[in-house]
Design a protein around this ligand. Structure first.
Ligand code: BES
Ligand code: MN
Ligand code: ZN
Length: 504
């Protein structure tokens, strides 16, 4: 897929579709849309008058030009109310339009920089970045396993997006626009890489397979990759990872990826990601409804690889260490049980109350290891609790921990649309996790489950180190496509953490 920018006019480009926009409530389009309307003899004005074109956010109307313009078609995308316009509205409108144009079989189009006239404080560079990001994220489709032999014939390969060209009349803006397109497409590439890893089925994407992907990533971007196997984990005393992984034929791994482009003296930021390649709950087995979705329980770890890929593509001058405990959580004769007591890497003991609270057990080892790396700060990212999803729905991650970092994450979430929302970590939540027989237990009471889990993690982080926990259980995947998020893994956390790292 190719993204470029040219100096031209929308009425002059020869293309599959020229994409312009409309605000809600406008009865007579102006600007680029107005020029197109005039060339079409007022057809768009007519459609608005007849209620067939409203400009509501996400609306996409495609009309054929029948030779009245060099473009074969005109696509009008709705941007919603002018007062409500922000970069996320542009991102969503462009994402929705991209999915719709592709579904119609259109694989090449020209577009204006939507919203440029109204978003006065936004640079053409930022707009171009947003449009590149939304186009590539919206065009994503996970169809690696689709063949032509499906029972309904729907295995036909859906056309892939070929080329999108930004049309700008003011040639002085082109260098800026090109820089924005470049940055946006690099970020989207990392997000789509994360989605590819995440969508891969659990029979293929085992802990060992994820480690192979990390090695490949390391080869591509000159990052050092270290993979601990069961033998190493035993030697290190990583009792959390070993406990969760012991019931599964696919053995656990601890994946460590070093991205080292900071100043020689720079302390590393350690990013820990939960990668449960399939979470059946173990002996505390989950109900079978929606169980197939638990292949997405590896999204925290996949996001860590995506963050490192984005850092490399963007050339971030920082020192980062990705740490990914990777396990499968299955019930079996060899599985760990409720009542078991595990000795974590920190030396602290954990009473297992529920084998389905496995993510925190593997993160306990990862966080204690991270604390030893003389870190600048620690960030962890995990599909950790259903409770976080109950609290925030499918539209935001929950963030916990260092208050200043948390508010920076909330701001980074608002800027990127990869949202984050602060949840509390009061002492009461730590009290909920107190065990009568070990140092801590892995499941507290029913209420405040997302905060209880965060309080458990906090117990394994060095108090002197700044730490933020990001729970992406709600937004790591979608079961219905929306705006720039096609079905499946969303890549949540990649844009959020990259924005945080570049703006802190
Ligand atoms: N992986 C799940 C959390 C989850 C739920 C992620 C839904 C994505 C969507 C996690 O391992 C889990 O099972 N958590 C339990 C914890 C409980 C047993 C204390 C939960 O949230 O119910
Ligand atoms: Mn679980
Ligand atoms: Zn889990």
């Amino acid at each position: 897929m190719n993204l470029k920018a040219i100096k031209s006019d929308v009425t002059e480009v020869e293309t599959g579709a020229v994409v312009v926009n409309l605000f809600e409530g406008v009865t007579k389009p102006s600007g680029a849309t107005g020029a197109i309307d005039r060339a079409l003899g007022g057809q768009l004005t007519q459609m608005i008058a007849d209620g067939e074109l409203t400009g509501s956010l996400g609306e996409t109307r495609v009309v054929h030009t029948a030779g009245r313009l060099p473009a074969r078609r005109v696509a009008v995308i709705g941007l919603g109310k002018r007062e409500g316009l922000d970069l996320e509205a542009v991102r969503r409108a462009v994402g929705t339009a991209t999915r719709q144009l592709l579904a119609t079989g259109i694989t090449e189009w020209h577009t204006v920089l939507h919203g440029g006239g109204s978003l006065k404080k936004t640079t053409p560079r930022d707009l171009a970045e947003t449009i590149a990001e939304a186009t590539m994220m919206g065009a994503y489709r996970w169809d690696r396993f689709k063949t032509t032999t499906g029972p309904t014939g729907d295995g036909r390969p859906v056309p892939k997006l070929e080329e999108v060209t930004v049309v700008e009349a003011d040639g002085r803006k082109l260098p800026q626009i090109r820089r924005g397109l470049d940055r946006g497409s690099k970020i989207a590439e990392a997000v789509n890489y994360t989605r590819d890893l995440g969508n891969s089925p659990p029979n293929e994407m085992t802990p060992a397979a994820l480690a192979d992907h990390a090695r490949k990533l390391g080869d591509q971007h000159a990052m050092e990759v270290e993979v601990l196997t069961v033998e190493d984990l035993k030697q290190q005393g990583m009792g959390g990872i070993l406990g969760v992984g012991q019931g599964s034929h696919n053995l656990p791994r601890l994946i460590i990826v070093r991205y080292d482009r900071g100043r020689p003296s720079a302390k590393p930021t350690v990013i820990v990601g939960k990668a449960v390649t399939f979470d059946a709950g173990g002996i505390s087995i989950k109900p079978s409804r929606h169980l197939e979705e638990m292949k997405f329980d590896k999204m925290g770890g996949c996001a860590v690889l995506g963050i490192l890929k984005a850092a490399a593509l963007l050339g971030l001058k920082q020192s980062l260490i990705g740490v990914i405990p990777a396990v499968e959580n299955l019930p079996s004769a060899a599985a760990y049980r409720p009542g078991d007591i595990l000795e974590s890497y920190s030396g602290k003991t954990i009473e297992v109350i529920n084998t389905d609270a496995e993510g925190r057990l593997i993160l306990a080892d990862g966080l204690a290891w991270a604390s030893e790396q003389n870190p600048r700060e620690i960030i962890d990212i995990a599909t950790l609790t259903g409770a976080c999803m109950v609290a925030l729905g499918e539209t935001a991650a929950g963030v916990f921990g260092d208050e200043r970092a948390v508010s920076k994450f909330v701001e980074a979430g608002a800027r990127t649309g990869d949202r984050a929302w602060a949840l509390p970590l009061y002492d009461e939540f730590s009290e909920n996790m107190r065990s009568e027989v070990a140092d801590i237990k892995n499941a507290g009471g029913h209420w405040g489950g997302a905060s209880n889990a965060a309080a458990f993690l906090k117990f394994f982080v060095d108090d002197a180190v700044q730490w933020t926990h990001i729970d992406i259980a709600g937004n790591a995947y979608v079961t219905k496509p929306r705006h720039y998020e096609p079905l499946g893994a969303t890549g949540a956390g990649v844009r959020l953490v990259i924005e945080y790292l570049t703006s802190r």
